[in-house]
Write a protein that binds this ligand. Structure first.
Ligand SMILES: [Mg+2]
Length: 237
């Protein structure tokens, strides 16, 4: 009998790829569309991570203005911003390595169609059993709802999964869905402290550290899965 391979759920922006230039430009255009022109790059960077509507709402926009800002962002992003993107060094090797021992999936609050295009563009899509993302209409948008959708597509229990992300929303959203273990990555848009405060199991500073951290005992199949596995093995002896 084959052992259950743990499933790694990766966030996309700030975890696998650095799309900050495209996101910053799109955010500036979105804010300009509702009359906000004086925004520093630091302020924009600090806001990146939550779903787009929440991010614009954090500037105090009305629901109507959030809609206008999102439309302006998307008009730029779909054609130009999506390609202002790069894969973090060490990620392709880490995915190849981890894919031998784990099932890999993406759970991003970026629209699923964009996430698939980006990962196909960088020739990374083949590593993942599922690329889970938001819907364009915002019906599925929060990290929790994307994690739920991704776990359901894979037909796995939350206790078998480990979330890997760069913002507190990744850790909090997956915990809300019963994903007990998570790795916070410090190379993205969030700080290590933010990830610790959100309840990340551990923090890593490089893709190489991620590879070694995930071989640790605490990231093997959960105790409950192991017990069930042992029971099954005994039944077959
Ligand atoms: Mg992120």
């Amino acid at each position: 009998m084959k052992a259950t391979r743990p499933v790694l759920l990766f966030d996309l922006d700030g975890t696998l790829t650095d799309n900050s230039e495209g996101i910053i430009d799109g955010t500036r255009l979105g804010l300009a569309a509702v009359g906000i022109h004086q925004v520093s790059d630091d302020d924009v960077r600090a806001a990146i991570g939550p779903p787009l509507r929440s991010m614009f709402a954090s500037w105090g926009l009305s629901t109507n203005d959030v809609g206008l800002a999102v439309a302006a962002y998307r008009a730029h992003y779909t054609e130009v911003g999506i390609l202002m993107n790069r894969v973090y060094a060490g990620i392709p090797a880490a995915l190849a390595d981890l894919g031998a021992t784990h099932r890999l999936a993406v759970a991003t609050s970026k629209p699923e169609v964009f996430a698939i295009r980006i990962l196909e563009h960088f020739d990374l899509a083949g590593h993942f059993d599922k690329i889970g993302g938001a819907t364009i209409d915002g019906a599925r948008e929060t990290k929790a709802s994307v994690v739920r959708h991704t776990l359901a597509s894979l037909d796995i229990e939350a206790t078998s999964a480990v979330m890997i992300g760069d913002r507190r929303h990744d850790i909090e959203g997956s915990r809300a869905e019963g994903v007990e273990r998570s790795v916070g990555v410090s190379w993205g848009f969030g700080s290590a402290q933010e990830l610790i405060d959100a309840g990340a199991t551990t923090i890593v500073d490089s893709p190489e550290q991620l590879r070694s951290a995930l071989s640790d005992e605490q990231f093997r199949p959960s105790t409950r899965s192991r017990q069930r596995l042992n029971t099954n093995l005994l039944a077959h002896e």
